[in-house]
Structures are given as C-alpha cells and as structure tokens.
Design a binder for this molecule. Structure first.
Ligand SMILES: [Zn+2]
Length: 339
C-alpha cells in the first residue's frame, strides 16, 4: 500500500491579468478541485508580481489548511517567450510588456523570494504535461504525446516518456511556427496566410485566433457576401464571434474551423513522422465549445492526420481537459517530478 507523502508542491500559473494556483501532494493528488485566481499584477512590473505570487501561495495553502513548511517546491508557468530557465525574452513579451520584464530572471527571483526550489515551464508545455499525465496516469512515463492548444496563437508542447522536451534554448515544442503544406488546404484564390512571427504558411497562421482575424476571415467574408460578421465593426471583434457561429453550423464559420482542423491534422502528420507519439491532444477555445462541435472538430483533425496503419492502431486523439487549470496543474506536476 502506498502512503501519501506529507509534503506538497504548489503550481502557480501567471497570466497577463491573473494568477491561478493549485496544490499537489506527494502521491500526485490535486488538493484543489477548482480555479483559484488572484490578480497577477504583471503590468506593475516584476517586483510587485513576485510579491503577489508569494501572497497567492500563502492564500492557496490557507485554503487547503497547510503551513508554508509543508511545501517542498514550486512550479511556475507563464506565457512565453522565455528561456528554458524562466528568463523573460530580452525582446519583451506580449503579456509582460513593462520594460523591467525584458531579460528578467523570473524563476530565479521567485526562488530567492520564497526560499524554495522553483521549476519553470512555459504555459503551453505545462498544459501539455497536464494533458499527458491525466490521460496516461501511472503509465505516463511509458508514453509520448503532442498537445496543440488553439488560442490567440497556437501553443502546446511535446512530451516524451512523460517529460517535457525543452530544447537547447527552451524553444522546443513551438508547434505554431512549424511550416505546414498549404496545397489542398487553401481554397481557390485564397492568399497564403502569414503569421505574427514573420513566417508564411506555418500552423499558427491558420490555427489561431490571430490567424482567423488576419488571414481566414478576410478571405471567407469575400466568399459569403452579406454575412453578419462583415457588419460587426472590426475583424478582431468578428474573429472572436466565429466560434459561436460555428456551433450553430454557419457555413462561413464551418469553412474557417475546417481549415483550422486541417492545419492541425497536417501538423500532427509531421509529428507522426518525427516523434511518433502515442497521443495527440487538442485544446483551446474551440474545444470548450458545445459538445457536438468539439467532437466534430476533433474528428476532422483526426481525418486530416495521415498515419501509417501501425500508428493508427495504437494512437489516441483527445481533448486537453480542464484547460483553465491545466497550466497551474502542469506546473505543479513538473515541480513534483523535479523535487
Ligand atoms: Zn509563426
């Protein structure tokens, strides 16, 4: 019989506006079953944020009735770009726009403030780790997976034998910026999509909210003249409404999501020939939609993932569960593994 380790790890998922915290015990059980958020205060700069994180940790420990001395490590995750060791990019980052964040050693600063080991992951990798562990449980170290999470951009991660693949500079698993073939994906006369990273025809240029706004919607509005979405005022606003139209089966929205599903299928086809994973996970706003819609989306991704018969016999396609908590929970899993 397994006895629970009395010591715990804390997961802190820091976003542009809020921090989500969780607690994981030594036996791998989450002691918090819901989203517990506090303001992240990242707009006020690094020092204020580090203090806010110390307070968030005290608050989550109080909630589960534990003393700070029960914590043996902390998992931290943030949106990128940042180094593998949690140094925010010297060029800045969308969610860390205040100049003091540039080149800031976030992980090191939090570790110094808390006096505990802090393990860093970017939010896509943390969510990928969580999806992997939830799906495979005790078998996690015997499997590999790829998670693609469709949000403003296209995030995610690559897990091999239960561990995040980080890469030399911390930039492995940047799935959004992998080139995918556009032949047969783009409709007649549809311009080659461009990504915010400067690439043309990468996965994020199609499978992201930014891709809808910049590439897919401007084209498809020309094919569905008089569509409601042409009248909402801005492409940014219209892009955020496309999912609700998709859930109702609107033909323009279905074209947009079909192209996104095809893009993910083509990305997964590359993965199939690269790391040959056991599972492909899809997350993001699109899978928080109505059940019939997300099932259709996942089935369409699968249909466009070209696998060999031997691979098709063993792989799984699934949705990333509990996406709002996946970052904090994945960060905690990484801390438990390292502690
Ligand atoms: Zn890109």
């Amino acid at each position: 019989m397994q006895t629970a380790d009395p010591q715990v790890v804390v997961g802190l998922d820091v976003g542009g506006t809020s921090t989500n915290a969780t607690v994981l015990d030594g036996a791998g059980r989450f002691l918090v079953d819901r989203l517990v958020e506090t303001p992240s205060r990242v707009q006020e700069g690094p020092e204020v944020t580090v203090e806010a994180l110390a307070a968030a940790m005290t608050e989550i420990l109080t909630l589960v009735g534990l003393e700070p001395s029960a914590v043996r490590a902390v998992g931290l995750d943030t949106p990128g770009p940042a180094s593998a060791d949690g140094v925010i990019s010297s060029l800045g980052a969308t969610n860390f726009s205040q100049p003091a964040w540039r080149g800031y050693d976030f992980r090191g600063a939090l570790q110094a403030r808390l006096g505990l080991p802090v393990v860093y992951n970017n939010d896509g990798n943390a969510a990928a780790l969580y999806a992997h562990h939830m799906h495979f449980g005790a078998e996690a170290v015997r499997h590999s997976s790829i998670s693609a999470i469709v949000g403003t951009g296209l995030g995610g991660g690559v897990i091999e034998s239960g561990h995040v693949i980080r890469g030399a500079a911390g930039m492995a698993g940047e799935l959004g910026h992998v080139y995918i073939p556009m032949d047969g994906l783009l409709a007649e006369g549809q311009p080659v999509p461009v990504c915010n990273c400067g690439f043309a025809a990468d996965a994020e240029s199609v499978a992201s909210l930014a891709g809808i706004e910049r590439n897919l919607l401007p084209y498809w509005l020309t094919r569905f003249e008089g569509h409601d979405l042409a009248t909402v005022g801005s492409l940014g606003k219209a892009a955020r409404l496309v999912r609700a139209y998709g859930e109702k089966g609107d033909p323009l929205a279905m074209k947009v999501f079909e192209q996104q599903a095809m893009a993910l299928g083509r990305l997964f086809t590359i993965a199939a020939n690269f790391t040959d994973p056991s599972a492909y996970f899809v997350g993001g706003g699109v899978v928080e939609a109505a059940p019939h819609f997300r099932e259709w989306f996942l089935a369409t991704v699968r249909e466009h993932t070209v696998l060999r018969p031997e691979q098709a016999a063993v792989v799984t396609f699934a949705l990333v569960p509990d996406l709002d908590m996946a970052g904090a929970r994945g960060a905690a899993l990484a801390a438990l593994e390292a502690a």
